[in-house]
Design a protein around this ligand. Structure first.
Ligand SMILES: [Cu+2]
Length: 125
């Protein structure tokens, strides 16, 4: 191998590593809910072909309010279910629906539509 070939090969590996990092690692970090004047850690979640953001990070021991706004009419997303917190809610189209709960234990919790097709994750630190 000539030096320039080695360089091209290494550059290729670096690019692949970056892409892997970008899509797996950076995505895992998610969106951090912000504490508002209400004392809740709040985040807005857009429901349209999935959940945006689909990874939400909160701190344990502080109440959480997630405001779901559904902007589609597909029946798939008409409910959102937080099985670990015994919470679920109907999401009428175009209305912001708050879901409130207190995450008292750190961990990762899934939320999903009633069929489990749309999925999101709540990371409690
Ligand atoms: Cu569904």
């Amino acid at each position: 191998m000539t030096p320039d070939r080695i360089f091209v090969t290494l550059f290729g590996f670096a690019t692949v590593a970056f892409i892997v990092w970008f899509f797996w690692m950076s995505k895992k970090e998610g969106t951090r809910a912000a504490v508002t004047s209400s004392g809740y850690q709040e985040a807005m979640v857009l429901v349209k072909g999935g959940y945006t953001p689909d990874v939400i990070v909160v701190e344990h021991g502080k109440p959480v309010r997630l405001n779901f706004l559904r902007e589609e009419s597909a029946s798939c997303s008409e409910m959102v279910v937080f099985a670990d917190f015994n919470k679920s809610a109907k999401l009428p189209e175009g209305q912001t629906v708050p879901i409130e709960f207190l995450p008292d234990k750190a961990g990762e919790y899934e939320f999903a539509c009633q069929m489990g097709m749309f999925r999101g994750k709540l990371i409690v630190e």
